[in-house]
Design a protein around this ligand. Sequence first.
Ligand code: NAP
Length: 322
Amino acid sequence: MSVEKAVVIGSGPAGLTAAIYAARAALSPLVFEGFNAGGLIPGGQLMYTTEVENYPGFPDGVTGPLLMKAFRDQAERFGTRYIREDVNEIDLGKRPFVVKSDEHTVETHALIIATGARANWRGLENEQRLAQSGGGVSACAVCDGAMPIYRDQELVVVGGGDSAIEEASYLTKFAGKVHIVHRRDQLRAGKAMQERFFKLVDEGKMQPQWNSVVDDVLGDQFITGVQLKDVKTGDVRELPCRGLFLAIGHTPNTELVKGKLDLDDKGYIKLPNPGSSHASIEGVFAAGDVADHLYRQAITAAGTGCMAAIDAERWLAAQGIE
Ligand code: NAP
C-alpha cells in the first residue's frame, strides 16, 4: 500500500480549502468527503443553507450548495482525489496513520481533520421540513437573519445561552420583535449578554417566553408560527412568527478521535498552540468548526483550512517528505 502525503477528512469549507492549498503544494491530497456522517452530507452544513450572503466575493449572494460545488471543483482542478465515504476508524497510535472507511484503508503521513460540527435541533418533523426547504427555519441567525423576508417581522429564537442572546440581538436590527423561547426561567448566558438581553426587553425589542419549548412548527411553504408548550403546566399556546432560529448549542463531530486526540470539555479538538492548527498528536491538524465553538462561519472555517494545509506542508517538509 502506498502512503499518502495528506489525507483530509471532511468536505465543508475547511476540508476543501485545506485540499485546495495542499493540492497546489503538490501534496495530491485525498479527501474523504463523507456520505452521511453526523447526519451531514458532503459539503457540510452549508448544504443546508439556501442563500449565503456573508461570504466575501459574492455581492449578490450564492447558495450554499453552489458555493461548496465551486470549492470542490477548485480543489479537484489541482489534483485533489475524493472518496465519497464516511471514515469509520482512524489509528493515530503509529505513523503513518491509518484511515479506514467501508471500502478503503489508507495510510497517510499527515492527517487534516475537518469533520465540522452539527447544530442541535429540536428534532421536530415540521422544523426539519421547513429548515430544509428554506421555509424560515434556521440554526444560524448570522447566516440567514438579514434576509428581507425577516424585516419588521416577529421572530423566535430558541435557547438561553450566549448564542441565543447574541443571535437574537443581531435579529433585533431587522425584526419587529424577537421572542426568546427558553425552557427555564433563567438564562444560561453570561452577565454581559444578560445585560444586553434586559436592555432590549426594556426597549420592547425582545420578549422572553419563559419555561417554554417549541412543540411544533406551523406553516406549509413558510413558517407562520410555533406551538409552544409550558413545561411547568403543560399548557399549549400558539405564537405567530415569520422566522424560527434554533440556538440550542452545537455538537462537534469528534466521535472518530475521542480518546485519541485531546478534546476540550465540550468535545472540540484542542489546538495546543494558539494560532496554529496542530492537534495534540504530531502530524494531525484540525480545521473548521471541529475545533471552533465560537466563530463557526464558512469564512473562518476556510481560513483555518488554509492554515492546516500550510502547517501540514511545512511539517511534512521538516520530516523530509515532499
Ligand atoms: P449553550 O451555552 O450550551 O446553551 C444552549 C442553550 O440551549 C441553553 O440555554 C440550553 O438550556 C438550551 N437547550 C439545550 N438543549 C435544548 C433543547 N433540546 N430544547 C430547548 N433548549 C435547549 O450553547 P451556546 O449558547 O451555543 O454557547 C456555546 C458556547 O459558546 C458557550 O460556552 C458560550 O459561552 C460560548 N459563546 C460565547 C459568546 C460570546 O461570549 N459572545 C457567543 C456565543 C457563544 P439550559 O440553559 O436549560 O441548559
